[in-house]
Design a binder for this molecule. Structure first.
Ligand SMILES: [Zn+2]
Length: 492
């Protein structure tokens, strides 16, 4: 071994800003690593005032960040160990990994926005950059506290702007391991990660962070590309509207889990299940996460190809357990929803099934809403050619009869008068857009009896027409409808 280089290479900083983004698997590595074994961190942060989460002192707050990493480094061959309450004087290049507060970075000023810096010394061993020392230095000029949940920015009652030291520590310890900022990679990555340069509401390790560390230390990782949380949440809120506006449901379903909770924890549960955890084990790991124990390791490696989902009854069991947890352990208030819990289990899972099998947000949403409206299950998108807009019919061609789903007016069907012989339960809507909000509905009707005929005029300015399976097939002439009715005397 040659101690060849001894360079300060990294001034890795974080500023307090919110940045919530996507979940592509795309970590950013520094291309250096520790030799196998323990990485001992000498904690010198000292006494604190009372901390929001009850941590005994700053060391305690930061060590919880090391614990998060250790829980996820299985197979990596490295692990953090800790020396608590050290009184050593921090020094650069002393082969000790010091974690401490300071006014500057061994004489170099902090940037105005910088919360903390990790400074690393490397040497070249057998052609590989190997880490010899990493010091983590928190900026004395910044206000810190220790808490989970949204980052607290701006004036606070005590006049400070306390950033959560723990999430900054988790981030800096990622630099210690050898991770860089995915959002500052070339090209920049848009991922949900605590390793992004800007500290925000993410308060614990994310999948991308863990996969980055495992990859860096030679553990092969296979990831299922789960969609970003904001898209799952938007889908869920649109589903509420769909239940209210299209299915005509009332907001009477009680539960203790809000939309945010459902759309964070249900995908987490599925991620564990799809990565080889039993449904019980997956539920246990999600509850550990909610209790603030950080992201738990998965149980195995997922098979390639089409990803198979658990039966809806398992999904419902999980949502029932989650609801009990929210009520008993989190003491949450009752939330009302248009969707019953079975509907949440089935349709959240369907949306995620389409997403992890190659469908984008719009494709998955369209497919699920078609099913919600009584339509059939659509194929997943993996291996399909990219969707192209259907060719408009020739001007003189007869209009095509159409059934359940969305038809684009002017593309799939011409504007004009349409007829159907609906069954009880038929719901149709003329839409000005696909936002699935009331403002996108020009007109709609729920037919609660076995009506003989429905007539709808679609204007050239309509964007789309939505119809459920109970409406039957829509035709552009009364006669065709009557012929259909004649073949179905029970509904005629
Ligand atoms: Zn950083």
């Amino acid at each position: 071994m040659t101690l060849k280089t001894s360079i300060i290479v990294l001034t890795l900083s974080c500023v307090a800003l919110s940045s919530i983004v996507h979940t592509l698997l795309a970590f950013n590595l520094l291309d250096r690593r520790w030799p196998a074994g323990n990485i001992t961190m000498e904690m010198q942060l000292g006494a604190s005032g009372a901390l929001i989460d009850g941590s005994a002192d700053w060391d305690d707050c930061a060590i919880a960040g090391l614990v998060q990493w250790n829980a996820n480094l299985g197979g990596a061959g490295v692990s953090f160990t800790v020396i608590r309450n050290s009184t050593r004087t921090p020094a650069a290049n002393d082969s000790v990994n010091s974690v401490f507060f300071a006014d500057d970075i061994f004489g170099t000023p902090f940037g105005a926005q910088t919360l903390a810096v990790t400074q690393t010394f490397i040497f070249l061993e057998d052609g590989i950059d190997t880490t010899a020392e990493s010091d983590v230095i928190f900026n004395n000029a910044k206000g810190f506290n220790c808490y989970r949940g949204p980052i607290r920015l701006g004036p606070t009652p005590d006049g400070s702007t306390p950033t959560d030291l723990q999430r900054v520590a988790v981030h800096e310890f990622g630099h210690v391991l050898g991770l860089d900022h995915p959002d500052q990679a070339t090209p920049p990555q848009v991922v949900h990660a605590i390793m992004n340069a800007f500290i925000g509401d993410i308060d614990a390790l994310q999948l991308d962070d863990i996969q980055g560390a495992l990859r860096l230390y030679g553990v092969s990782v296979v990831g299922i590309p789960f969609p970003p949380h904001d898209q799952v949440l938007t889908f869920f809120l649109n589903l509420e509207n769909e239940y209210r506006d299209t299915l005509g449901r009332s907001r009477t379903n009680q539960g203790f889990v809000d939309a945010e909770g459902s759309t964070i924890w249900f995908p987490e549960w599925l991620r564990y299940v799809l990565n080889d955890c039993s449904v019980t084990e997956a539920t246990t790991r999600v509850l550990l996460q909610i209790r603030g124990q950080g992201m738990q390791p998965v149980c195995g490696v997922v098979a390639q190809g089409v990803i198979n989902f658990p039966p809806p009854s398992d999904a419902l069991d999980f949502l029932n357990t989650l609801d009990t947890f929210y009520r008993n352990e989190l003491s949450r208030a009752v939330e009302l929803s248009y969707i019953d819990r079975e509907g949440k289990a089935v349709w959240l899972q369907e949306y995620l099934r389409y997403r992890v099998n190659g469908c984008n947000d719009q494709q998955a949403t369209d497919r699920v809403f078609q099913q919600v409206g009584g339509g059939s299950i659509a194929p997943v998108c993996s291996g399909e050619p990219p969707p192209t807009a259907p060719a408009p019919p020739p001007a003189d061609a007869p209009p095509t009869p159409f059934g359940a789903g969305h038809a684009l007016v002017g593309t799939n069907i011409p504007a004009g008068r349409y007829y159907t012989d609906p069954a009880s339960g038929c719901i149709w809507g003329r839409l000005s857009g696909f936002g699935d909000t009331p403002s996108d509905v020009i007109a709609h009707e729920f037919i609660g009896n076995d009506a003989g005929q429905q007539i709808v005029d679609m204007l050239p300015t309509d964007v789309a027409f939505s119809t459920t399976g109970d409406c039957g097939t829509w035709f552009d002439s009364r006669g065709v409808v009557n012929r259909r009715a004649a073949r179905h005397p029970a509904t005629g």
